[in-house]
Design a protein around this ligand. Structure first.
Ligand code: HEC
Length: 95
């Protein structure tokens, strides 16, 4: 994802937001040399095994709170999501 402006001879640059979202998807789903992961159902991050596991303590009712909206609204809870930081210490669930 780095150097998209020199992508096989063309400029494939993307908006920072798109780069972050694609980067998160790739980090979650790309093979790591030891194994190749299978893509989650419908290619949704929120349906990936790791996502479900990391969020198992989040009650179903939390996802539909007006301030959250849906699981894909990462920044609602991950305060540093815009910087690509999803560390558990920067999580605050809105009421
Ligand atoms: C409703 C609030 C909420 C939303 C929305 C949410 N998360 Fe989380 N996320 C959490 C909570 C709570 C944890 C667990 C924190 C803990 O273990 O203490 C977590 C954990 C994680 C972790 C593991 C962090 C760590 O340090 O182990 C990752 C990665 C993560 N979320 C990514 C995402 C992504 C990507 C999205 C959007 C597609 C997202 N989350 C949406 C609340 C949320």
């Amino acid at each position: 994802m780095h150097g998209l402006q020199h992508h096989y001879g063309t400029d494939a640059s993307l908006e920072p937001q798109a780069v972050r979202e694609l980067g998160a998807w790739l980090a979650a789903n790309a093979g790591d040399g030891r194994r190749v992961r299978t893509a989650p159902p419908a290619d949704r991050i929120t349906r990936a095994e790791w996502f479900v596991r990391e969020h198992r303590k989040v009650a179903a009712s939390v996802w539909t709170r007006p301030a959250v909206g849906s699981a894909s609204n990462c920044a609602a809870c991950h305060q540093q999501a815009d910087k690509g930081d999803f560390d558990e210490h920067a999580v605050r669930i809105p009421r």
